[in-house]
Design a protein around this ligand. Structure first.
Ligand code: NAD
Length: 503
């Protein structure tokens, strides 16, 4: 099977050759924590060659609304690996989030956030927690496609794609395999969203079969989040879609008190970006007190990704030994700490421990070649697609489903017949309940069938676009305000639309 390697080809040329990386020093505490991190990587023998790029506040304020210069894009696309400090997005309208721009423009489909307890050195109720959250990064409700359709109703489109699901699920299993993880849990809400989350579930089952050695579980997101927050030992790798992942990864990081200490990776087919999960902390910028651990952990993930697991382990173990020794920056300093240290001093303490291992915390043992993961190229399977009807959405201010239903039935729209009307997804015609609350947003389903409309399952007959256009003309002539249409298709034997509640 043809597959795409997730790493830049340059990493495979020569293990000893330095890998060119783009480095963004960022804003606020960004330059301080980046200098500390690069010093540690250099002392540990990381085989990297940084090129510094301009992104962030100064670029925004120079009139560039995306916060990144064309030259920086060029360096990123050439080097393919970015180590990025946090940046400050200026307040006010018109400035686009650089993180979102980079994720989408560069195809960084997987957000990877390992969450590990550092108890008793960092306080947590969950001393054994060790979970990796892998979140889909490009689609779902974050496609940002929103519309106001009536005076009362706005909508946001949730887009879930088969290639998107295949990439993220495959990545989660490949990650589990590469890092010696035992179980992958998929978190979804497919009891409600049967088509979108149902597709994610189906792909998880299909791809999961190819990894018999890895335990698999699928859980509903609400109870799964609650269980993760109370019994994290039941979880190992979590894979989920964009919005759920955004929430679950923050819950997980907060549970071990590591919001200021955790790193994260944004992985694409060709390009990958590594960073801390915290922001630019302008309140302590320039004071040499910031904790560089989050960015350093992002850099450790970068080293593993580019195949330098040996250096990644060396840095991570020296860092764990430093945390254990009680040399803490002010944000994690407690009475049990040995000494409060500055950003620069913390880096010196880590450097002094390179080659050492932690005594109590679990040492890092990355597996040789953790940077190599194979994601097969997406292949669309041929299937038949038949148009069988249309959902017409109307803006109709009167609160009377029966009146609307009767007038739509009287339309005589050639081959198309009104099957039902829903309001916010609940069937209100025919046979609706008077208690159902209705807005000014009505979904009217028109289909073509020669059998009785009440017979189940409905025997849909194929229609063509002219049938729909004829229906829309009739509606327009009848004074109805059509706000949008959704065509109803059958893909093979499967209907490609959800039924109304009560349909
Ligand atoms: P923040 O994470 O910057 O700061 C929250 C609190 O945590 C502050 O009290 C800060 O001093 C402290 N803190 C954060 N990192 C720390 C560290 N390494 N060491 C010690 N203390 C630390 O969040 P915020 O204040 O909401 O955001 C500030 C700016 O950062 C905003 O402009 C925001 O848009 C930006 N931001 C950027 C990113 C990114 O670039 N990835 C992520 C989040 C926020």
């Amino acid at each position: 099977m043809k597959s795409l390697s997730l790493e830049s080809n340059s990493f495979e040329l020569n293990e000893k050759e330095a890998v060119k990386i783009a480095v963004a020093k960022g804003d606020g505490i960004g330059p301080e924590i980046m200098d500390a991190t690069l010093r540690i990587l250099d002392a540990a023998g990381a085989r990297i060659e940084p090129t510094f790029i301009d992104v962030g506040e100064a670029v925004y304020l120079s009139g560039n609304s995306s916060g990144i210069t064309p030259e920086s894009w060029d360096v990123i696309r050439k080097n393919k690996i970015i180590l990025k400090s946090p940046i400050t997005t200026p307040q006010g309208k018109g400035y686009k989030s650089l993180n979102v721009t980079m994720r989408k423009s560069l195809g960084l489909f997987a957000n990877v956030r390992p969450v590990m307890s550092l108890s008793p050195y960092v306080q947590t109720y969950f001393p054994t927690m060790d979970v990796v959250v892998i979140r889909e990064n490009e689609e779902d409700l974050y496609a940002g496609i929103e519309h106001q359709q009536t005076q009362d109703v706005v909508q946001c489109l949730k887009l879930i794609t088969r290639p998107g699901c295949e990439k993220i699920v495959r990545y989660a299993f490949e990650y589990a395999k590469a890092y010696g993880r035992k179980k992958v849990t998929c978190m979804l809400k497919d009891n409600i969203m049967k088509l979108t989350d149902g597709l994610f579930h189906k792909v998880f089952d299909e791809i999961g079969e190819l990894y018999p050695a890895i335990e698999k579980d699928v859980q509903i997101i609400d109870i799964a989040t609650a269980r993760l927050a109370t019994r994290p030992a039941d979880y190992d790798v979590v894979v989920t879609s964009n919005l759920y992942g955004d929430i679950v990864s923050d819950v997980a990081a907060e549970m071990v008190g590591s919001v200021g200490m955790a790193g994260s990776a944004n992985i694409g087919k060709d390009i990958a970006m590594f960073e801390a999960i915290h922001g630019s902390a302008p309140d302590i910028a320039g004071m040499n007190v910031a904790n560089p651990s989050g960015l350093l952990n992002g850099a450790v993930m970068m080293l593993a990704h580019i195949g330098q697991s040996d250096v990644a382990d060396k840095v991570k173990n020296a860092w764990l030994a430093t945390i254990e020794s009680g040399y803490h920056t002010q944000d994690i300093f407690t009475q049990e700490s040995k000494k409060k240290v500055s950003t620069e001093d913390f880096a010196d303490e880590v450097i002094a421990r390179l080659g050492m291992e932690p005594e109590h915390l679990k040492p890092s043992r990355l597996i040789e070649g953790t940077g190599k993961m194979e994601i097969p190229e997406f292949k669309r399977k041929a299937t038949t697609k038949k148009l069988v009807g249309v959902d017409v959405f109307l803006d109709w201010p009167e609160n009377d489903a029966n009146k609307l239903g009767k007038s739509l039935e009287a339309l005589n729209a050639y081959r198309m017949k009104l099957k039902m009307i829903t309001n916010r997804g609940v069937k209100v015609y025919p046979d609706g309940l008077p208690e159902t609350f209705c807005t000014d947003h009505w979904r009217c389903r028109f289909v073509c069938t020669t059998s009785d409309l009440t017979s189940k399952p409905t025997k849909y007959e194929e229609v063509n676009y002219e049938d729909i256009v004829a229906l829309l003309s009739k509606l327009n002539a009848g004074g109805f305000d059509v706000i949008k249409t959704e065509n109803l298709y059958k893909f093979g034997d499967r209907i490609g639309f959800s039924l109304g509640q009560g349909e």
